[in-house]
Design a protein around this ligand. Structure first.
Ligand SMILES: C[S@@+](CC[C@H](N)C(=O)[O-])C[C@H]1O[C@@H](n2cnc3c(N)ncnc32)[C@H](O)[C@@H]1O
Length: 278
């Protein structure tokens, strides 16, 4: 492995391959190599570790992951980026394979075959949809060992939010009930080319043991109903979920409380009890 082959600045790669940023594909590129190396360090030691990178674009973050020793499988939708990624693959022999396609339509676990870290700087809508997918599987622990993902700052804050705050909701419960989710780094909008309108942040998620006897699907059902009418009391918002009011009674949660006052653990206990009543 050659950790530091000489590479042209990313800006030159972008210019040489005519990779003008496409708004439709949510392209905001990171060019600062020091920043990229710091992002690639967030998951911990990547030497020899399989990494799934979604949306490599011209390969800025990709080269940082390769320098850190990761064995990268990168899924990119924009075929204009493929020649630049091929150059990167040649500079790091045997370390990078590129799949042209839509990451939403690809089975990641099957593609990777072994435990893998996920690293991605994606457009907001795709990032959130994939995040929900990575966290929603019934199989736990999942095949991914960590998620290191760039989000709009406001979305990152919703992921790590604590009860009693306006940001606390479905995303927080989903991210925290069987994972640790941390806001690892804020990234100023000026770090991107072109700069987006809002600030960004990187969230780092690692799986932890799943609480016994709780179905991911049932927990999702409860949080969807509870936060779907977040200003209402639970006795109102959970009315449509069979046995939910009985479950509140059994576990001793006051039905006059609102969703945002319940801790993640309380949601877990509620879903576990619901599972025994169905
Ligand atoms: C915000 S840019 C980031 C590019 C690069 N990783 C960086 O950090 O500079 C997002 C990239 O994701 C790609 N992309 C968008 N939607 C995608 C999808 N559904 N599947 C795979 N790649 C996608 C875009 O083409 C673009 O290259």
């Amino acid at each position: 492995m050659n950790p530091n082959p000489p590479l042209p600045p990313i800006r030159d790669v972008i210019n040489r391959h005519g990779l003008s940023a496409s708004k439709a594909l949510g392209q905001n590129f990171l060019l600062d190599e020091q920043l990229l190396d710091r992002i690639a360090a967030i998951p911990g030691d990547l030497a020899g570790h399989p990494v799934l990178e979604v949306g490599p674009g011209p390969g800025g973050l990709t080269r940082a992951i390769l320098r850190a020793g990761g064995k990268v499988t990168a899924i990119e939708m924009d075929r204009r980026c493929l020649p630049a990624l091929e150059e990167l693959s040649a500079a790091f022999p045997g370390q990078l394979s590129v799949i042209e396609g839509d990451a939403m339509k690809i089975d990641h676990a099957q593609t990777m075959g072994a435990p893998y870290a996920v690293i991605a700087n994606l457009p907001y809508n795709v990032g959130t949809a994939l995040f929900v997918r990575w966290l929603s599987g019934e199989q736990w622990p999942p095949q991914w060992t960590s998620l290191t993902l760039m989000f709009q700052l406001e979305v990152a804050q919703r992921i790590v939010a604590q009860p009693g705050t306006g940001a606390y909701g479905r995303l927080a419960v989903l991210a925290q009930w069987r994972s640790d989710a941390k806001l690892a780094m804020k990234v100023h909008r000026s770090a991107f080319t072109p700069p987006p309108k809002v600030m960004s942040a990187i969230v780092h998620v690692t799986p932890k043991a799943q609480p016994e006897g709780v179905s991911a699907r049932l927990l999702e059902r409860v949080t969807e109903a509870a936060f779907g009418q977040r200003r209402k009391m639970l006795r109102q918002s959970l009315k449509g979920v069979p046995h939910a009011l009985d479950a509140l009674d059994i576990v001793g949660i006051d039905p006059q409380r609102r969703a945002e006052t319940l801790s993640v653990d309380e949601f877990v206990v509620l879903a576990r009890t619901l599972g025994t009543l169905g």
